[in-house]
Design a protein around this ligand. Structure first.
Ligand code: HEM
Length: 499
């Protein structure tokens, strides 16, 4: 086995060197020294190791080039360069790299990982058209109903705030996708979503798993020792397929029995029927798109809500404005949004302080490109290091501290730019960003108006502050921490009980 691996690595390196020698003399962007044959295999952290990526950024600057076993990787640490390439040159930077491991699991069928092309464009339109800023207001009632359940759950078992917030975001996207109201904790949709999240968490950072560099490993049969990827895919694929099929099957049943609540799936099923486009291909696209709504939409928004709880324990004092504008003991509604600039900044700061997807999703450049005299070869995987961009000291003052007022205009705040890059770039920018922001806003505004979030205390009554540490995989989450979630007064407790 080892001689085969070595020969394949050697041949691919020789081919790369040959191709490179024929490409003229333009230099690649800077990067650490490469090792013979392996290139930067050992220099590239395979999961998001924040320290290692930051060190590389400090040493080599806004754009870095790595060569891992003949594959070109470009890491962008500067927002300016990322906007220049991934936004302005989006026509050639909107592909996704081929991801053999995700292909084996079936997850490469989700919009998030689809290669650029016809299927991508059709799928993206299907989802994007329903999630425009304006259309997202149609989901406000769903969010408000789930907000009531969230607040009641927090009152009953505040120590389970992580579970309750996850349930909130999942229930919202499930209802949008399939029109099913999640009422009980053992709802099959909720159970499926949980199973799926666990599987996705195991798949690692797309583009950086070893199989992405040594795709022939996928041919190892599951019984060969060390063939973890084949074994995982054999277990995961049927589950993923079943979860994807289940949602649409339920909606088809609801539509047939006249019980369907209008949803992303029911509307599109009707459209397919009326236009007689109900082909397997169209139905499959619809199944994967509905599935993408919650595979991409729940875990991400949940991560931001967990970060919010951590930020409130460490940096309280976000409630004054709510009390002044809507009054103590009153529940905010979406109509209050324009009158609560500080609260809006809290939501932005949550997204900036700990970007949910620290390395973004990998883009792939579809043709050779040149940036400031440096060659970015066709096929390079291009990663935006969002965490480094959003903690750039030249843009954000005191970037590691949670400071919502940084976004308020001067003189009340620092007039710093909004953290738009947290949602990605160009034609692949997050289509769920408006939905995510409205979900975060209503949850954060409601929790702050009804609860205090405080540190736990030791026997002497002294506060024990959690460390702001994050577990980073494809998404980033605060490491487990405890806090006290207390109703702010008898009045707020009564308001929640009466919801
Ligand atoms: C705080 C919450 C969220 C954050 C920070 C976030 C962030 C991101 C980022 C960074 C990307 C990669 C963009 C790129 O490739 O440049 C992305 C893609 C995506 N997001 Fe979000 N997202 C959030 C919530 C949501 C929600 C609620 C949905 C859907 C309901 C959603 C659906 C998607 C999809 C489908 C993609 C793939 C788009 C494509 O490849 O064309 N996201 N998101």
């Amino acid at each position: 086995m080892i001689p085969i691996v070595v020969s394949i690595v050697a041949i691919s390196t020789l081919i790369t060197l040959w191709v490179r020698s024929r490409k003229g003399r333009l230099p690649y962007p800077p990067g650490p020294p490469a090792e013979p044959l392996l290139g930067h295999l050992r220099a590239l952290p395979k999961s998001y190791d924040e320290g290692a990526y930051r060190e590389m950024a400090n040493k080599y600057g806004g754009i870095i080039y790595l060569d891992v076993l003949g594959k070109s990787i470009v890491i962008l640490n500067s927002e300016k360069i990322a906007n220049e390439l991934l936004d302005k040159r989006s026509a050639i930077y909107s592909d996704r790299p081929s991801l053999p491991f995700h292909e084996m699991t079936g997850l490469s069928n989700t919009l998030t990982l689809l290669p650029y092309g016809n299927n991508f464009l059709k799928t993206r339109k299907l989802l994007q058209d329903q999630l425009t800023r304006k259309k997202c207001t149609l989901f406000n009632d769903i969010q408000l109903a789930q907000r009531s359940i969230l607040l009641q759950n927090l009152l009953l078992t505040p120590e389970n705030f992580g579970f309750h917030t996850k349930r909130f975001v999942t229930a919202v996207v499930l209802e949008i996708a399939y029109g099913r109201k999640v009422v009980a904790d053992d709802d099959p949709f909720l159970v499926n979503a949980e199973v799926l999240d666990k599987l996705i968490a195991e798949t690692g950072t797309a583009g950086l798993v070893i199989l992405d560099f040594l795709p022939f490993l996928k041919y190892l049969p599951p019984w060969v020792p060390g063939a973890w990827y084949s074994k995982f895919a054999q277990r995961a694929r049927p589950i993923i397929e079943a979860v994807k099929d289940y949602g649409i099957a339920v909606v088809q049943h609801d539509v047939a029995s006249g019980k369907a609540q209008a949803s992303f799936s029911s509307l599109h099923l009707e459209e397919l029927d009326s236009e007689k486009r109900n082909s397997k291909e169209e139905l499959d696209r619809l199944k994967w798109t509905a599935f993408t709504l919650y595979s991409a939409g729940a875990e991400t928004t949940w991560s931001a809500l967990e970060t919010f709880f951590l930020a409130m324990v460490l940096h309280p004092d976000a409630q004054r404005e709510i009390d002044q504008v809507i009054g103590h003991g009153q529940l905010p509604g979406f109509e209050d949004q324009d009158n609560l600039p500080y609260l809006n900044s809290v939501v932005q700061e949550v997204v900036r302080w700990c970007p949910v997807i620290p390395l973004g999703m990998p883009h792939r450049v579809m043709q050779d490109d040149v940036y400031e005299g440096m060659l970015i070869p066709k096929g390079s995987m291009v990663l935006g290091n969002l965490r480094v961009m959003l903690t750039n000291e030249e843009v954000y003052h005191d970037p590691f501290t949670f400071v919502p007022e940084r976004f308020l205009p001067k003189p009340d705040g620092h007039g710093e730019p909004p953290p738009n890059v947290a949602f990605g770039f160009g034609r692949r920018v997050c289509p769920g960003r408006w939905l995510a922001q409205s979900e975060l806003w209503i949850a954060i505004a409601s929790i702050l108006s009804m609860f205090d979030i405080k540190p736990i205390q030791n026997d002497k009554g002294e506060d024990i502050l959690p460390l702001p540490e994050f577990h980073n995989s494809i998404t980033s989450h605060p490491k487990p921490f405890q806090c006290r979630v207390l109703p702010r007064s008898y009045k707020t407790k009564t308001v929640i009980e009466q919801l």
